[in-house]
Design a protein around this ligand. Structure first.
Ligand code: UDX
Length: 488
């Protein structure tokens, strides 16, 4: 099938390459000259595992070509399906539809009378109902008839985007304007190799199915963080708790890993925007407001834990491991690392970070004035007073903590992703603190430190057993310890 994809950002480029891989004939249309010339040189504007190979391969087969909007008129006219995949963030935590409106204005009049328009961008709900009218008007203004208009939200995760595109759990089609179902039938054929259930919904319902999925995932993470706080207070081990919960098929084990919380381009933005937009129409969303609040609290707690782990944060060297919002990406959008580094610098710490994505690390240093970048883990942790893990890159689980112990000044590790083995780091002589896992001060194995200044808890590194010393427990926590049957 002949397809045009308007907008070669993350979503558009993955969609273009995936469709070419299925044998479709794709032209990707990009307005930014800089991005277009990069792509024409065979280089990608961002990192996504496997995408460069796919783009290169189909540049070679000729099934994936790149064009500017001016060059693409004929291709657009010859396309059976035209995807719009332009950005809808305003770069400031809000929505913007100006780019989508401009794309519609320039593309829709050139589309063939029997072509289908498919919007892949995530849209604010109030914009969805205006779409049919906008498209019909552009067609009418150019003396052309109506065309089918659909939504096709994407559910791709960064770092797994190709897998998610080629083998999705489901494909959602939202009908905006398709009285004869020509557009639905054609788009179903486009996706037939995905071998996934295709769910056809009203347009607004499709938009909400995307929003709902992201809001639920964010809720799961904040729930896990709340659970971790309870585990810390009572002395339970969140990893063990979740592993048992996960056997319940109603719950599942995914997206229940506590730590510094969710970042990235989708989850934080969609939670905060939904809360804000709902408030504007008088709909309270207390659950989502709490999800947002907990997510930000996690970053603060990480900073607090680092601060508590050193004698004086002023002048202390803090090594941060990982800057990207998750591993296997170079994306720093709403990355917890940025707010954490900034907060530590404001407390007077010297902050030195290492991330395997050197380019991302350099960009982070531009975004957070004062942040220093190290070329390796060992450079970052040399003479550090405390080490904080923020992104669970696989190489961090390979660190030889015994030899690392010889190069640091202070022996404290705060694990913001529960990614390290508390036993291994404790054996190497470090104190360890994660989220919902208790912690073990190395210098006083078995001696307990106050949790947030209130509830003292410790973990025996070898067996994971928890004990609460009566001497160190304030009255309120003592009652808590008695209730859970641990007051030794
Ligand atoms: C998300 C959605 O998963 C995807 O379906 C949608 O299309 C785009 O937004 P993405 O932003 O790529 O994808 O990342 P995701 O894997 O969802 O992780 C988001 C954030 O949550 C990351 O910062 C990650 O570290 C964090 N996370 C994830 C947790 O803190 N705990 C978890 O258990 C899972």
């Amino acid at each position: 099938m002949r397809v045009s994809v308007i907008g070669l950002g993350y979503v558009g480029l993955v969609t273009s390459a995936g469709l070419a891989e299925w044998g479709h004939d794709v032209v990707g249309v990009e307005a930014s000259e800089a991005r277009l010339s990069l792509l024409r040189e065979g280089r990608l504007p961002f990192y996504e595992p496997g995408l460069d190979e796919l783009v290169g391969r189909h540049g070679g087969t000729g099934r994936l070509r790149f064009a500017s909007p001016a060059e693409a008129e004929e291709e657009i006219n010859a396309s059976e399906i035209v995807f719009i995949a332009v950005g809808t963030h305003d770069g400031n935590g809000g929505w913007q539809t100006d780019t989508a409106c401009a794309a519609l204005e320039s593309i829709v009049p050139h589309m063939a009378d029997d072509a289908t328009l498919v919007i892949r961008s995530t849209l604010p709900p109030e914009f969805v109902d205006t779409l049919a009218g906008i498209v019909r008007e552009h067609r009418r203004d150019h003396g052309k008839g109506a065309i089918p208009v659909l939504l096709n939200p994407e559910f791709t995760r960064e770092a797994r985007a190709i897998q998610d595109f080629m083998h999705p759990d489901r494909i959602v089609l939202g009908v905006i304007d398709d009285p004869e179902q020509i557009g639905v039938e054609r788009t179903q054929r486009l996706y037939e190799q995905a071998e996934a259930p295709i769910v056809v919904l009203r347009g607004l319902d499709a938009a909400f199915s995307k929003l709902g999925a992201n809001l639920f995932l964010a809720t799961k993470i904040s729930f896990a963080n709340e659970l971790a706080a309870l585990c810390d207070a009572y002395g339970a081990q969140v990893d063990q708790v979740v592993s048992a919960m996960a056997y319940d098929t109603r719950i599942g084990g995914a997206f229940l890993r506590p730590g510094v919380g969710f970042g990235g381009s989708c989850l934080p933005h969609q939670v905060s925007m939904t809360v804000k937009a709902a408030m504007e129409i008088g709909i309270p969303t207390p659950l989502l407001a709490a999800v947002d609040h907990i997510n930000h609290r996690q970053r603060d707690q990480f900073v607090e834990r680092i601060t508590e782990s050193v004698t004086d944060i002023e002048g202390a060297k803090v090594a941060l491991l990982g800057l990207t919002f998750k591993p296997h990406t170079d994306d720093l959008r709403d990355a917890p690392s940025l707010t954490i580094a900034d907060a530590l610098l404001k407390r007077g710490a010297r902050v030195v970070a290492y991330d395997p994505m050197a380019d991302a690390a350099e960009r982070a240093a531009e975004l957070v004035p004062g942040l220093e970048i190290a070329a390796s883990v060992s450079d970052a942790i040399a003479d550090a007073d405390a080490i904080g893990l923020i992104t669970e890159w696989p190489e961090f689980s390979e660190i030889d903590w015994t030899s690392a112990r010889g190069s640091v000044r202070g022996a404290a590790i705060v694990d913001g992703r529960n990614a390290l083995s508390p036993d291994r780091v404790a054996e190497a002589g470090f104190s360890y603190r994660g989220f919902g896992r208790g912690y073990a001060p190395a210098s006083e194995a078995g001696v307990l430190q106050p949790e947030n200044g209130r509830t003292p808890i410790a973990i025996q590194p070898d067996v994971g057993a928890v004990s609460l010393p009566a001497t160190a427990i304030p009255a309120q926590s003592m009652r808590l310890a008695e209730r859970v049957g641990r007051s030794d």
